[in-house]
Ligand binder design. Sequence first.
Ligand SMILES: [Zn+2]
Length: 125
Amino acid sequence: MRYAGFDRHRVLTCPFCGRVPEEPHAMQLRFGEITGGRCECGAVYAYDETGRLLGEAFNDALTLLYNEDYDAAQNASEADYQEEIISFDKRLGRYFRGPGGAEGVGALLDRRPKYLFLKKTTGKN
Ligand SMILES: [Zn+2]
């Protein structure tokens, strides 16, 4: 993905593999609709437009990661998956890794839209 003119901050890229994942779109799950997408590497993400519902986005992403297997999602421990947050700065039109942008601060105060990515770690090493 390192061709001339490619600015990784101007497009949403997967924090695990660097590919461009699906655009955020409505995904119908049994318990309701979520907004998110998938990446070719197996990562999934939930999109949180308000930037303030990360707990909810986390649950959505976890459900997606386990293909709606709620038992597996419930029993998953932090060793089973990796979590990364990408935030989007509308003013700058750029994506940043981390909840508070480049500074990594003010995560709770900032209202940047966020993409909460999860990827399974088990069986991949
Ligand atoms: Zn990926």
